[in-house]
Design a binder for this molecule. Structure first.
Ligand code: DGL
Length: 262
């Protein structure tokens, strides 16, 4: 029996923070990852443009043998996942910012959500806040420029620190003691963000939860999931192959080969 693959995509390399958790949860599976670096960032784009990109990437992943797709991008999940689910027969697993665990964890009663402008503009996040953060003040903070810093591999730099400080300062002033990393690029900035906010502020992301959900859907849908197999990873990008390979390897912590998205 041919093993089915799991497709994963993001506007860029942020989704590697989710892919790490997926590979840890499903080490025998074959993953195909698409970084849409040629169209990154998604954060300032209209929902219709993001949906067009999500559909083009989904067509590619399905043609490559993917039978489940993880939308490893909060912005694309908010803009496009409903339309993807309506248009394709495969299952899609999307991102959900950690508002619910943050509301459960806060002691000060103030939570901050860091995300892209497009993700914060979506109705989905506001519904999540209404449903799961009753009695908690949830402050949202768009963070333009942070995705680009990660895409450039400029994680540990003064410029990135300055940007992070600018975005977290108003939240800390209001008393936030939990920050939700509502964009899959931000876990790569975790050390820098933690350094700026101090050890007593908790930073939450949902990569591991998405990996658990993916493993459950995969086991329920794929008979091949129970077979022993050798895991593999293929990466494609719509951006510059050389740049993307370099930064992907840096973020992953070991060399990765990236191919041109056809
Ligand atoms: N990683 C994407 C997210 O989770 C970044 C979106 C962007 O390209 O602006 O939202």
């Amino acid at each position: 029996m041919n093993r089915s693959k799991i497709g994963v995509f993001d506007s860029g390399l942020g989704g590697l923070s989710v892919l790490k958790e997926l590979v840890a949860a499903l080490p025998s599976e074959q993953f195909i990852y698409v970084s849409d670096a040629g169209h990154c960032p998604y954060g300032g784009k209209r929902a219709s443009e993001i949906t067009d990109r999500a559909e083009a990437i989904t067509d590619f992943l399905l043609a490559q043998g993917a039978r489940l797709i993880v939308v490893a991008c909060n912005t694309a999940t908010i803009a496009a996942i409903e339309s993807l689910r309506a248009s394709y027969a495969v299952s899609f697993v999307g991102m959900e910012p950690a508002v619910k665990p943050a509301a459960a964890l806060t002691k000060s009663g103030v939570v901050g959500v860091l995300a892209t402008g497009a993700a914060l503009a979506g109705e989905k996040l506001h519904k999540l806040i209404e449903r799961h953060a009753v009695g908690v003040r949830v402050l949202t903070q768009p963070c333009p420029g942070l995705v680009e810093r990660v895409e450039a591999g400029a994680v540990d730099t003064d410029e990135t620190r300055t940007l992070v400080r600018r975005y977290v300062s108003p939240l800390l002033k209001e008393g936030a003691d939990v920050l939700v990393l509502g964009c899959t690029h931000y876990p790569f900035l975790r050390a820098v963000i933690q350094e700026q906010v101090g050890a007593e502020v908790a930073l939450l992301d949902t990569g591991a939860a998405v990996a658990r959900r993916t493993a459950a859907v995969w086991a329920a849908e794929q008979p091949s999931a129970a077979l022993p197999g050798v895991g593999s990873l293929q990466l494609f990008t719509s951006g510059d192959v050389k740049n993307v390979s370099e930064v992907a390897s840096q973020l992953w912590g070991s060399p990765l080969t990236v191919e041109r998205l056809r």
